[in-house]
Design a protein around this ligand. Structure first.
Ligand SMILES: Nc1ncnc2c1ncn2[C@@H]1O[C@H](COP(=O)(O)OP(=O)(O)OP(=O)(O)O)[C@@H](O)[C@H]1O
Length: 352
């Protein structure tokens, strides 16, 4: 991951606020993208993702802050460069393909002002890029959902937009296909060095596509970071809970500052309040390893088969519960006690 320098930033969103009539929906949202970088706003329904995207596209005005592209102000509290002057491409949730145009004519829709030969050359390039040569002359209704999604993407990419904005473009696809298409789209965007911003509520989709992800909660950005950092070093309880799975375990910080983090200490802990400050530590399912030789055991309370792995819910001797991902050939029954050990690489601690 290259470090962002002020010079390399192309899209800058600085402390923007958006309101619908008197209702504020986005508060002090700030982030930036370098040219060719793919960002994502991830959040639950109603967190303000679409509103933020529409403000960047120029469809909503902002009531505070600034949005700029290559140092040129596009939106401020007093000015909004209209959407059509921004040269940004958009891909929507429902694809919105033109039903009466063939695949290649859909892709060429934004090239009507281009010279004929140049437009045809660009259409051919994109048909290749999104691997739709076989179906280029078909109608949209003769395509699968994944193929329609690729046409929508090719249509948005055809006029070489400065920035591509994608609003939950894969939500109509089933979960397995969504992740696979996510990787494909990432490869396509990287191949054309297109800067892009995606919004989604699906963390797997965000992680498959984006270089950096921002978690939005009630219109505020909780954290903007790489997927790896969001998962391993969440900045807030909300991010820890929203991204990935895990539990927050009560732990004591001893008077010498050390955490009682060994499993022996965790499971044998008494509730005495006088032995130091209580904090909470995030334990992910990949931090708890199944180990037949470990003297510490936990009881299987629940299990979810995930193909390669089981996600076990385990009850520790002191009653706390943790999750553990275990290769699925270790098929243990509910109620069985299994050996475990803690392998905590990143300590994520919140005040108790
Ligand atoms: N045109 C509008 N007028 C008034 N309020 C709106 C309008 N559009 C959205 N809102 C409200 O603004 C908030 C954010 O909506 P937004 O659509 O940006 O969220 P979202 O994160 O994209 O949600 P979803 O994932 O459900 O699409 C919600 O409370 C919504 O009800």
């Amino acid at each position: 991951m290259t470090t962002k320098t002020p010079d390399s930033i192309i899209l800058r969103v600085e402390k923007i606020a958006v309101r619908y009539a008197a209702t504020p929906v986005i508060h002090e949202l700030s982030f930036s993208l370098q040219r060719g970088q793919i960002g994502c706003l991830l959040g639950a329904s109603g967190s303000g993702k679409t509103t933020a995207l529409r403000a960047i596209a120029g469809f909503e005005s902002i009531s505070a802050g600034r949005i700029s592209w290559a140092e040129k102000t596009l939106s401020s509290a007093t000015q909004t460069v209209p959407a059509y002057q921004r040269r940004f491409g958009m891909v929507f949730q429902d694809y919105a393909l033109f039903p009466h145009l063939s695949v290649q004519d859909n892709i060429g829709f934004g090239l009507r002002d281009w010279p004929r030969n140049a437009a045809q050359k660009r259409i051919d390039e994109l048909v290749e890029l999104v691997q739709l040569r076989e179906v280029a002359k078909r109608w949209p209704h003769e395509l699968s959902g994944g193929q329609q999604q690729r046409v929508a993407l090719a249509r948005a990419l055809a006029p070489k937009p400065e920035l591509l904005l994608l609003d939950e473009p894969f939500s109509n696809l089933d979960a397995g296909l969504r992740e696979a298409i996510g990787w494909e789209v990432r490869a396509l965007l990287k191949a054309s060095n297109t800067t892009a911003l995606l919004v989604t509520h699906d963390q797997n989709e965000a992680f498959a596509i984006a270089d950096e992800v921002g978690v939005l909660h009630h219109g505020r950005l909780e954290q903007w970071a790489t997927p790896y950092r969001l998962y391993h070093q969440p900045a807030s309880r909300y991010v820890a809970d929203f991204v990935g799975e895990g539990v927050l375990l009560d732990v004591r910080r001893r008077l010498d500052g050390k955490l009682e983090l060994a499993l022996e200490q965790l499971v044998g802990e008494s509730a005495s309040p006088n032995k130091g400050e209580r904090v909470q530590v995030l334990i992910r399912p990949d931090d708890i390893l199944h180990d037949d030789l470990s003297p510490i055991t936990a009881v299987v309370e629940n299990k979810a088969f995930r193909g390669a792995e089981f996600l076990y819910t385990l009850r520790l001797p002191n009653g706390s519960k943790v999750l553990s991902l275990v290769p699925s050939h270790h098929d243990h029954a509910i109620g069985e006690a299994i050996g475990i050990r803690l392998d905590l690489d990143h300590k994520v601690i919140f005040a108790g």
